[in-house]
Design a protein around this ligand. Sequence first.
Ligand SMILES: *Cc1c(COP(=O)(O)O)cnc(C)c1O
Length: 354
Amino acid sequence: MITPRDNVALMQGYHSPQIDVAVRLNTNEAPDAPPEAWTNALSSALESIDWNRYPDRAATELRTAIGSLHGVGPEQIFAANGSNEVLQTVMLAFGGSGRTAAVWEPTYALHSHISRITGTAVIEGERAEDFSTDLAEVRRVIDEARPEVSFLCSPNNPTGVVDDETTVRSVLEMVTAIDGLLVVDEAYGQFAPWSADVLIGEDVPLVVTRTFSKTWSMAASRLGYLVGPEWIVAELEKVVLPYHLDAFKQVAGTLALAHADEMNERVSRLVEERGRLVSRLGELDVDVWPSGANFVLFRPRSVDGGEVWQRLVDRSVLVRNCSSWPRLEGCLRVTIGTPGEDDLFLSALEEALQ
Ligand SMILES: *Cc1c(COP(=O)(O)O)cnc(C)c1O
């Protein structure tokens, strides 16, 4: 009987349990629906879609609108069905058989998973004790494996740690010296104090990926993008499937960008709420890591993390159970929700810790 390719046969698929609970704080989505003005504009825009025609293959309007957010033209933007498809397209073009990708754990599982799916070998380095990027370790991995693609994730999922500009510049120098490509995954970039998009240039081997799933309250629409040099975008356009971005999504994304001010306000409110949640967690019997994202990693000190996760589920609160992940033994990750949801989480957690 036919079997899948070896690296697929050995693979565990992506798992994030979706359980029916009252308070869902497990996948880092925005707690609120998009602005009503957006929903209304989208409904009327639907009437002018030529449903019998293929969509604009170049998604020019959408890419122009995204580019203006970052001060670049559409030729420096590549958009796809979620930033996961952006990452996959990067690996289809720059990874593959005989090539290597580098990650520093613990980090976003999809970086190594997508690399392996595309037949790319993965070398795993380690983050420092406090989960920051350890430049000596980055140097060791890059010297040893000379990876074609290196991944940073800032703010890092699931730890929340932000790489500062000096760190990203140093990694970029090492990657440039071996003719590699640096991917900085900024799925949570808007919650952090700075963005690596300031380092982008035509002769700089750097791409920065973003998503509409978190900040833009549009996880359901599956839209993500990267900003990078024009020549890299051109390579990605060669390997992605034709017409992969449907007309509906192109309109939805373009219209969302008209609400940038409101989205920025929401980000500020979430950052403030994160501060409140972190300080409340600080009063409980848990260790908390500082976060530059819309989630917080914590570890119960006296009760097993997996047990606390189950007790929260029993109280209809769902957080991400990282307690069996390497280096995250006993850890849980909670998404910042509305103040009401966060209060329900905090009181359930207080009970669960007893
Ligand atoms: C959520 C997330 C993504 C994104 O996802 P899409 O929904 O596919 O855009 C990418 N990277 C990280 C680190 C994430 O946490």
